[in-house]
Design a protein around this ligand. Structure first.
Ligand SMILES: Cc1cc2nc3c(=O)[nH]c(=O)nc-3n(C[C@H](O)[C@H](O)[C@H](O)COP(=O)(O)O)c2cc1C
Length: 207
């Protein structure tokens, strides 16, 4: 008997191996005031992949654990709910950033970059981050505040990525122009997981 699509999908996901990230290099980077001078949105990307060390550093800067004793992060979160999950769409598949284990967990063995936004560059840029709020972590927070907190918290993570990119000479743009229901479907999210924003990262296209 032919295996069901779900089984086949599960097998393929199992074949997509976790990516062990490298220890983040926390000593480097350009001075903050210079980085702030250079922070900007860019929409022209090279297809060159990010080296694993750069990817590891960027994810730590975005939403890594900077105080292991408390598990708190490089970005603040309302009531320390830490409800934002950072997904990363690469050519080889979709992964979830696990900050504690410092790995990328396989989610889908498909290239979904084209689904992460309505702008043409998203399908070719090497990295598209997707910020997803997990409302199940937000307990008794009112419906209105779930929306407000998760949008705010994702914004802080995004700004960390902007600053990292400005420091490293990478190009980036945060994006709200995303078909969120379509992306949630392709990512197989639960109804209480909400796509908040996406953010493209790559090397700038040479002029
Ligand atoms: C919440 C939010 C959503 C955004 N959505 C998009 C988007 O979908 N596409 C895009 O190209 N830029 C998007 N941007 C980037 C803004 O257009 C950009 O920040 C603004 O033009 C100012 O440019 P700067 O970032 O270079 O200062 C978004 C920015 C924010 C904060």
């Amino acid at each position: 008997m032919k295996p069901s699509r779900t089984r086949a999908q599960e097998r393929l996901t199992a074949e997509l191996k976790p990516i062990q990230l490298l220890e983040p290099q926390t000593e480097g980077g350009r001075p903050l005031m210079q980085v702030l001078k250079d922070r900007k949105s860019s929409r022209e990307f090279n297809t060159e992949k990010l080296p694993l060390q750069v990817l590891s550093n960027m994810l730590w800067a975005a939403w890594g654990i900077n105080r292991p004793e408390s598990g708190k992060r490089t970005a603040p979160s309302a009531m320390n709910l830490q409800e934002i999950n950072v997904y990363i769409a690469l050519a080889e598949g979709l992964y979830l950033y696990d900050a504690k284990a410092n790995i990328l967990k396989p989610v889908l063995p498909e290239d979904i970059r084209a689904m992460t936004g309505g702008q043409p560059f998203v399908k070719d840029a090497p990295v598209n981050l997707i910020y997803v709020a997990d409302y199940s972590k937000m307990g008794k927070v009112s419906a209105k505040d779930k929306v407000f907190y998760s949008a705010t918290d994702a914004g802080f993570i995004s700004q960390n990525v902007y600053l990292f990119c400005a420091s490293e000479g990478l190009a980036t743009v945060v994006r709200g122009y995303v078909d969120k229901p379509a992306l949630a479907k392709v990512m197989k999210l639960r109804p209480d997981q909400k796509v908040i924003l996406a953010q493209t990262v790559g090397y700038p296209k040479k002029k």
